[in-house]
Write a protein that binds this ligand. Structure first.
Ligand code: TXA
Ligand code: MG
Length: 316
């Protein structure tokens, strides 16, 4: 694809107007959310969404999440339910994506949905994402703003390192506070956890008053968007390492200290916020990476999910 100059915009009102105008013109704009930076395009414009797949080099069977400023605007596109309402009241705006049936005449591009009759809807809490979505005034399709299969970006510099010259602009508003992508909850039929993420599954179970079935590992891998080697650094990654082998860079957690430590105090929220940035930093040094064990509760489930994918055999 022809190289273009990628603008680095600020969160000022003028720059967000400019970003919204670029989206209206069918251009790609990366923007911060509380989870990771998203690569945004007008979700109703097939040509614009095709640009996302081209810029990321992403397999085209992978459906994208549509972003809205609030639940009311999302409800114009999907079949709402009492359960969706309770979840939205509890967790929106915030890092939870709900997969719901599309309404007839929704106008969302088939490239956004990958031809499915459902849509992943998300209302991000990040104030800059909120302002951009309101300025644009329609659904914004946005996967994480990284080349397909690589580590997700939590700073504008990560975005530019992967996509400079392939997208019109990035709105730079510093690091993302949550650091792992949204939790994805399937609500077509009984609720099912499709991806662990920034809202702990335990918090959703507390609201449901029932255990939340996880889609099984193999099914998840075969389903769209669950490619095993997502989030992969270039270097090999070894998990649950008590200590590093000679030549390995050690990513610590809690009392197991290393080159970098996800959270010396063992705080899972801090570890999630540091995860992708530290993987980017260690990956830049080119040596194999070993990672200390991280407990599998709360945000630890999302962290371990991303680490397993980082360590998985590469697809290509
Ligand atoms: O935190 C996030 O969710 C970030 C920020 C930018 O909002 N976005 C993100 O998007 O992580 P992406 O494209 O990297 O991951 C979206 C995941 C994919 O695994 C995709 O398969 C799944 O969501 N997904 C999207 N729509 C779906 C649908 N209708 N049914 C099942 N899964 C869906
Ligand atoms: Mg992604």
């Amino acid at each position: 694809m022809p190289e273009k100059e990628t603008l680095r915009l600020t969160p000022s009102a003028d720059d967000l107007e400019r970003a919204a105008a670029l989206l209206r013109a069918g251009e790609l704009v990366a923007f911060p959310t509380e989870t990771v930076y998203g690569l945004g395009a007008d979700a109703c414009n097939g040509q614009a969404v095709a640009g996302i797949y081209a810029a990321k080099g992403r397999p085209s069977f992978n459906p994208l999440i549509a972003h809205f400023p609030d639940a009311e605007t999302a409800q114009a596109y999907v079949e709402w339910s009492d359960l969706a309402e309770r979840l939205a009241t509890a967790f929106w705006p915030g890092p939870l994506t709900l997969v719901l049936p599309l309404k007839p005449g929704h106008g969302i591009s088939e490239l956004t949905t990958a031809g499915l009759d459902t849509l992943g809807v998300r209302v991000p809490a990040h104030p800059t994402a909120q302002r951009l979505l309101r300025a644009f005034g329609g659904p914004v399709a946005a996967p994480s703003a990284n080349p397909s299969g690589r580590i997700s970006p939590t700073t504008a510099d990560h975005v530019l390192a992967g996509l400079a010259g392939r997208i019109a602009a990035v709105v730079d508003d510093g690091p993302c506070p949550v650091g792992v992508e949204s939790t994805i909850l399937g609500l077509v039929g009984a609720p099912v956890l499709l991806r662990p993420g920034g809202v702990a599954a335990e918090a959703i179970e507390a609201l449901l008053g029932a255990p939340l079935p996880r889609r099984s590992g193999e099914a998840a891998i075969n389903a769209p968007g669950q490619l095993r080697s997502h989030y992969a650094p270039r270097a090999s990654v070894r998990l649950n390492a008590e200590t590093p082998e000679p030549g390995e860079l050690f990513l610590g957690f809690g009392p197991r200290d290393g080159e970098l430590n996800l959270s010396p105090s063992g705080d899972l929220a801090e570890a999630a916020a540091n995860l992708f940035g530290y993987l980017h930093a260690l990956d830049a040094r080119g040596a194999p990476i070993a990672v200390a064990p991280v407990p599998d509760r709360g945000l630890g489930a999302a962290i371990n999910d991303r680490l397993r994918r980082a360590a998985a055999p590469r697809e290509s």
